[in-house]
Design a protein around this ligand. Sequence first.
Ligand SMILES: *[C@@H]1O[C@H](CO)[C@@H](O)[C@H](O)[C@H]1NC(C)=O
Ligand SMILES: *[C@@H]1O[C@H](CO)[C@@H](O)[C@H](O)[C@H]1NC(C)=O
Ligand SMILES: *[C@@H]1O[C@H](CO)[C@@H](O)[C@H](O)[C@H]1NC(C)=O
Ligand SMILES: *[C@@H]1O[C@H](CO)[C@@H](O)[C@H](O)[C@H]1NC(C)=O
Ligand SMILES: *[C@@H]1O[C@H](CO)[C@@H](O)[C@H](O)[C@H]1NC(C)=O
Ligand SMILES: *[C@@H]1O[C@H](CO)[C@@H](O)[C@H](O)[C@H]1NC(C)=O
Length: 255
Amino acid sequence: MVVRLEGRIRSLMALLVCECLCKSIYGLEAQGYGHATVAFPKTTINTIRMFEKTMPPGYTIETDLVIKRRPTEKNKKEWKPRDIEKAFSEHQIVPDVVDDPPVNKSTILFPFNRFPEFGNEMNLSIHKHICWAQWPGTMNDTYTLIYTIPDVPSRDNPTSGEYQVWVVGNIEGPIYMENGTLTEYIKPTHPNGTGLHRHVFLVYKQPFGRFIRFDEPFLDAKTRLDPRRYNFSTRAFARKYNLGKPAAGNFFLAY
Ligand SMILES: *[C@@H]1O[C@H](CO)[C@@H](O)[C@H](O)[C@H]1NC(C)=O
Ligand SMILES: *[C@@H]1O[C@H](CO)[C@@H](O)[C@H](O)[C@H]1NC(C)=O
Ligand SMILES: *[C@@H]1O[C@H](CO)[C@@H](O)[C@H](O)[C@H]1NC(C)=O
Ligand SMILES: *[C@@H]1O[C@H](CO)[C@@H](O)[C@H](O)[C@H]1NC(C)=O
Ligand SMILES: *[C@@H]1O[C@H](CO)[C@@H](O)[C@H](O)[C@H]1NC(C)=O
Ligand SMILES: *[C@@H]1O[C@H](CO)[C@@H](O)[C@H](O)[C@H]1NC(C)=O
């Protein structure tokens, strides 16, 4: 089964799950990049059926499957703003990356149902792509998502940090959608012996739910060693586009 949804369904609380989920959890074959599965609340089945009629041949929408098997986080700890603030300052992401901690948690899903959880250690070997990213918010707002590594080449000597792993702007609603990508995701790696690196996700609510005309070079997945990915500043980026304080975030640690 191949699923591809284009465009935006504003009135529905859609849940985006991408091809690695199809493969690793549902055992389905998804073809190519960006084919995604979107789950809808059960109450909107009729809307989905209607929408299905507009799909090009070869594309289908499978609803029940996704609704039943929506990924769940094993660790159900509730992260209050105070806990998040504590984690961000304990790991010195405040002040190394941002001046203010996010208030809310963003949920990021990697293959094999792995989630960052405010400072857990993760093994980068499976981080071929990101399956899903979501945070509290409304469909009326527009968001910018930044994935940055401040510790490049190492936390002790971050002479080329931050490294921008993934930057997406103009995300309509609190779920990652592919089309506003400014910097394409690439699986990060670190040289041996450079210790633990912080991998930080920050989500900003764009002012007034507006679209931003980003004045950034598009960095595709082939630009791993492009100098423009290095010496990135989340702080300067947020200031340039008047993004204010981060609305949501999360982070993990990796060797
Ligand atoms: C994303 O796609 C939607 C629907 O096609 C479009 O309205 C929106 O402008 C696009 N956003 C960006 C940043 O290209
Ligand atoms: C990461 O995972 C790979 C594959 O499962 C494994 O070979 C490797 O030893 C792991 N590395 C660490 C540091 O756990
Ligand atoms: C979104 O905007 C519409 C139209 O402006 C409004 O009716 C609706 O209540 C808003 N929804 C939320 C969740 O803010
Ligand atoms: C980042 O900036 C530092 C200081 O200006 C410079 O020495 C370093 O080469 C830069 N890193 C990259 C990868 O361009
Ligand atoms: C890095 O470490 C891994 C596992 O510890 C080892 O297999 C690999 O050869 C090392 N690479 C280099 C360049 O030292
Ligand atoms: C944080 O999440 C709550 C809902 O859980 C939401 O009401 C609030 O607006 C969010 N804050 C920000 C800054 O997005």
